[in-house]
Design a protein around this ligand. Structure first.
Ligand code: FES
Length: 224
């Protein structure tokens, strides 16, 4: 007999197989996921979820596609979180501390509660990368925030109203555009692709079974 656990989706109780992820459990319970579901592999950040285990006080957060159900889980999903997203022309701004003051001044209202870091579904040191952004250290902010999937949970817990993922995105763009060294051979390679040098190779690759492609990807040469 399949072992089951009791979970609560938006307050309604369901008994589901214990080895399911929250996302699969929702589908098992009859939900058809239109929003709040994308890559199903922990990359797109569409499935941000908060939950509390019955009897515990801590409110936890996770990605529904990456987290197994547990007995007594009270679950609510967060398919969209209204982040502040400023519009700017990357060609017209420069990597100075002033640009953060101008576009995302709320980062200077951080109270240091660390709720962002504690709630990050990727285990990132979010408060630290905001500190780097405050100081205009965009290369460090870019590095620290690199694995952000923009799920928005950090912002949902922030008393200062900071939109951390968007701040980090700006830092990564500034870093990529102005600070990180230019990769000459990458530019050459992009040109070669545009010129069709690899068209046949790419078509051959696309015809291979997915497992073989994964194998090739996992064993690719990575330049230091
Ligand atoms: S569905 Fe993309 S991260 Fe979960």
């Amino acid at each position: 007999m399949e072992k089951t656990v009791n979970i609560y989706l938006f307050g309604k109780q369901y008994s589901v197989p214990e080895d399911l992820t929250i996302m699969r459990a929702m589908e098992y319970a009859g939900y058809q996921l239109v929003r709040g579901c994308g890559c199903r592999n922990g990359f797109c950040g569409a499935c941000a979820t908060i939950y509390r285990i019955k009897g515990e006080s801590e409110l936890k957060s996770c990605l529904a596609c990456q987290t197994k159900v547990e007995e007594g889980m009270y679950i609510a999903t967060l398919p969209f979180f209204p982040l502040v997203k400023q519009v700017y022309d990357i060609e017209k701004i420069s990597p100075t501390q002033q640009i953060m003051m101008q576009l995302y001044p709320e980062i200077y209202a951080c109270v240091g509660c660390n709720a962002c870091t504690k709630s990050c579904t990727q285990g990132l040191n979010v408060m630290q990368y905001i500190a780097y952004a405050q100081r205009g250290e965009f290369d460090k902010c870019a590095e620290e925030s690199f694995d952000c999937v923009m799920c928005g949970v950090c912002s949902s817990r922030c008393p200062a109203g900071i939109s951390h993922p968007q701040v980090a995105m700006l830092a990564r763009r500034l870093n990529g555009k102005y600070l990180a060294p230019k990769s000459r051979h990458l530019e050459d390679r992009v040109k070669e692709i545009k010129d069709g040098t690899f068209t046949q190779l790419i078509e051959e690759l696309m015809g291979k079974p997915i497992d073989e492609i994964k194998e090739l990807y996992n064993n690719r040469d990575i330049e230091k």
